[in-house]
Design a protein around this ligand. Structure first.
Ligand code: TXA
Ligand code: MG
Length: 317
């Protein structure tokens, strides 16, 4: 069931059930992070491997402190500046957080989502919510309640509808537990903004097949059913696939010919708008059952790098 009733959502969560929740980044599939059964069910519903740990969502930094050993100074600075917001901090967990949540890691990923409805929900609960993105493992992340309903509607008792996600890309994951600050996943908070806040360069420890620093950031991710090609030269790829049913995901003042289906992430070339539309448009195109989706690589400025990261992973088999 879809709705915006916080009483239903909070009661279900208190009973150890799972509820999909809106955030400014993407929708999450939530459960009581301190209840192993609720957490186990998240893995089951998503068909997610147990080596891929979950982010916990808290209402503010005070609640975060209850579940971690301590806050390193740099983590504190980032939390003060960017929470609520698309920033996830890795922190040393205490034993209130089950090992299942962190896949056995001593570090837990924590964030305060910037979504009014979900913050009100967190205020009705006396536990944090473990919540990965509410999509089946390795599929495109959901940015609307309807995305969750279509894929997981029969497995989740309630989907809290908070409208479309305003950022549309997952949070940026930052590890401040060692002297050198590491970014494990590019996301809604730009790396340049983090560097400016800390007054230092950060180290990009982005996961790839050979370097699984955030264990869930596999090369193959965000994968549509259709084939997916990321390119700087869409005209050429379209020509190469002219005998197939082709869909094109464009950006800016793009004019391509000879394609059946075309969507443009932002005709005016606004990268924030492109990020917001990305997952919805990928789903729309995939829903039209093309043989192949061809996507143009975005400029790397601002959120462009994070968008290109998602497009690249979508293109991996
Ligand atoms: O914006 C977001 O972060 C969304 C919303 C719902 O908050 N959540 C999200 O969760 O993207 P998920 O599970 O789809 O991605 C979480 C990523 C995974 O790649 C996982 O490997 C990494 O965070 N992660 C979680 N806990 C970790 C830990 N203890 N150490 C290293 N990586 C961790
Ligand atoms: Mg995910």
């Amino acid at each position: 069931m879809i709705g915006d009733d916080l009483v239903i959502a909070s009661e279900l969560l208190k009973e150890g059930k799972n509820v999909a929740i809106p955030t400014e980044t993407v929708y999450g599939l939530a459960g009581n992070a301190t209840n192993e059964e609720a957490v186990l069910n998240i893995f089951k519903i998503k068909d997610r491997p147990f080596f891929d740990p979950l982010i916990i969502h808290v209402r503010d930094i005070h609640q975060a402190r209850q579940y971690v050993e301590y806050f390193p100074e740099k983590a504190e600075r980032l939390a003060e500046l960017f929470w609520p917001g698309p920033l996830t901090l890795l922190l040393r967990k205490n034993n209130l957080i089950p090992d299942l949540v962190t896949s056995g890691s001593p570090l837990v990923a924590v964030r305060v989502p910037a979504h009014e409805l979900t913050l009100r929900l967190l205020n009705l609960l006396d536990f944090p919510l473990a919540a990965p993105s509410a999509n089946p493992f390795s599929y495109i992340s959901p940015t609307q309640a309807q995305h969750v309903e279509i894929q997981l509607g029969n497995k989740v008792p309630y989907i809290l509808d908070g409208g479309s996600s305003t950022i549309g890309l997952e949070s940026t994951i930052v590890d401040c537990t060692e002297d050198k600050v590491k970014v494990l996943r590019l996301g809604g908070l730009k790396v340049e903004v983090i560097e400016e806040a800390l007054g230092e360069k950060v180290f990009l420890a982005l996961s790839s097949g050979s370097n699984p620093s955030a264990p869930g950031q596999l090369d193959k991710h965000y994968s549509p059913e259709a084939g997916f090609i990321l390119t700087d030269d869409p005209e050429m790829e379209i020509a190469l696939h002219k005998n197939k049913k082709t869909a094109y995901l464009g950006f800016g003042t793009d004019e391509v010919r000879n394609v059946e289906i075309v969507l443009n992430l932002s005709p005016s070339g606004d990268i924030d708008e492109a990020a917001r539309n990305l997952f919805h448009y990928m789903r729309l195109l995939d829903g039209m059952n093309p043989d192949v989706i061809i996507a143009r690589r975005l400029p790397e400025s601002g959120l462009g790098k994070a968008v290109n990261d998602r497009l690249y992973r979508a293109s991996q088999k």
